[in-house]
Design a protein around this ligand. Structure first.
Ligand SMILES: Cc1cc2nc3c(=O)[nH]c(=O)nc-3n(C[C@H](O)[C@H](O)[C@H](O)COP(=O)(O)OP(=O)(O)OC[C@H]3O[C@@H](n4cnc5c(N)ncnc54)[C@H](O)[C@@H]3O)c2cc1C
Length: 412
């Protein structure tokens, strides 16, 4: 008898689970609430589709929090080099950028997604768009969907949930599954913004002048669990605060600071390529008739936005002595008061507690039900780590479900 596998969620995790299970000879039905699949994946393509990262695997695995064997093992089984080979097998060549990030040569998601869906159809995967999963009926083998034709009840021998996190909910993943899983007694850590911008109470004049301005060649740091976390990168000034890779990289630590004490301090080094001593030496030169702003621009090549930030933080009390001014340039404290809303975050932290799973991502208390992707409780910075974990856990759940179905058939 053919065993049926229902996969709910057609993002990268669900698609990879479908590819893996169907390649193992399992009949797969893939359901998604939206009219088309992979909408967030396509959005990620707008930023170039950073698929993975080429740093050494140990360093790569250290990016994931909480550090847990389950995620590490699934990535070790499908590491970045395999992701590159997989993309190439779909006709999409990748390259490693100067930052070690891995991108498709075309920097787009659409060609990869098209070719991927073609492969799935050829492998016999049946795709059911506009099918919103709304819960279980009697047991977790009976699924209830709302569809344009009305309610639908589907029975499956095994199920994989790949429902995503809760950022950009209009693309399909709205985190509605949290209640459905909590009702089943499954431990869920509430979804929160991750890789998100942070709020700063900018002065009205500052934001009128600098909204949308990129903040380039800076380093940011914050104290996290007694250690100083540092990252060099770029940010963007926005109405509500600060966004961009620099901030996303420190997001986990800033979020914990805010949760613990109501705010966090982001310390900016406005001149990361200049030593403190060199700055002091430059500042000791006579200023002549130059204004302080022009003096700093001329001696330190300080951009308008960096000057604007200095003034924003110190107002009229900007230090004058070379020593104190150098300290301010190397460690400018920005008070961040909150995270930006999850609707605009790149990803979400939180999700189903990893302790709830066996090693192939089956829920221990719901045999035959597997989960993968961003709905699990792991978090990572941008840099290709998110998609890598979604693809790797999708593959792990796909294999797990296929193995489980074959075992059940044999023992039945
Ligand atoms: C702007 C942006 C840029 C990004 N860029 C990158 C990047 O360059 N590199 C990177 O690594 N990551 C990036 N990400 C993150 C990455 O896209 C996500 O981590 C990834 O898509 C999550 O995959 P997933 O399969 O777990 O969930 P999703 O991609 O969110 O897919 C979940 C699917 O489940 C469906 N679904 C949800 N609930 C239901 C339901 N009740 N019934 C039926 N279907 C349902 C949704 O419609 C959706 O199709 C980016 C994210 C954003 C927002």
């Amino acid at each position: 008898m053919t065993q049926s596998l229902a996969i709910i969620g057609g993002g990268p995790a669900g698609l990879m689970a479908a590819e893996t299970a169907s390649a193992a000879g399992i009949q797969v039905d893939l359901f998604d609430a939206m009219p088309s699949l992979g909408r967030k994946f396509l959005l990620a393509g707008r930023g170039g589709l950073n698929l993975s990262h080429a740093e050494p695997l140990d360093a790569f695995l250290n990016r994931y929090k909480p550090s847990q064997d389950l995620i590490a093992d699934s990535i070790k089984a499908f590491p970045p080099s395999h992701i590159r080979a997989w993309a190439e097998s779909l006709g999409v060549k990748t390259f490693v950028g100067s930052s070690q990030r891995i991108f498709p040569e075309e920097m787009k998601a659409a060609p990869l997604l098209r070719s991927w869906l073609r492969r799935l159809r050829e492998q016999g995967v049946r795709i059911h768009a506009r099918h919103r999963w709304i819960g279980f009926d009697q047991s977790h083998h009976h699924l209830l969907f709302s569809t344009p034709e009305g309610p639908l009840r589907v029975t499956a021998d095994a199920i994989i949930l790949a429902l995503g996190g809760a950022s950009w909910p209009h693309l399909g993943s709205d985190g509605g599954w949290q209640i459905l899983m909590t009702e089943q007694g499954i431990g869920v850590h509430p979804l929160r913004s991750s890789n998100c911008g942070f709020k700063v109470d900018w002065d009205r004049h500052f934001i009128e002048r600098f909204e949308g301005t990129p903040l380039k060649a800076v380093a940011g740091s914050t104290v996290w669990q007694g250690n100083v976390l540092q990252h060099r990168g770029e940010g963007v000034i926005c109405q509500e605060g600060l966004e961009g890779g620099l901030i996303y990289a420190l997001a986990g630590a800033l979020r914990e600071g805010i949760e613990a004490q109501g705010h966090a301090i982001l310390t900016l080094d406005l001149l990361p390529d200049w030593s403190h001593e060199k700055i002091v030496m430059k500042l000791e030169a006579p200023r002549g008739k130059l204004s302080q702003k022009n003096f700093l621009r001329r001696t330190l090549r300080l951009s308008d936005i960096k000057w604007g930030l200095l003034k924003e933080v110190f107002k009229e009390k900007l230090p004058i002595s070379p020593e104190a001014l150098a300290n301010s340039l190397k460690a400018l404290p920005i008070v961040v008061t909150d995270m930006m809303a999850i609707e605009r975050a790149i990803s979400s932290a939180g999700g189903i507690d990893l302790e709830a799973f066996s090693k192939d991502l089956m829920l221990k208390r719901m045999p035959g039900l597997f989960c993968c992707g961003e709905m699990l409780d792991w978090d990572a910075p941008t840099g290709g780590y998110l998609l890598t974990a979604c693809l790797a856990t999708g593959r792990c759940a796909g294999f797990g479900a296929a193995r489980w179905l074959k075992t059940v058939t044999v023992s039945a």
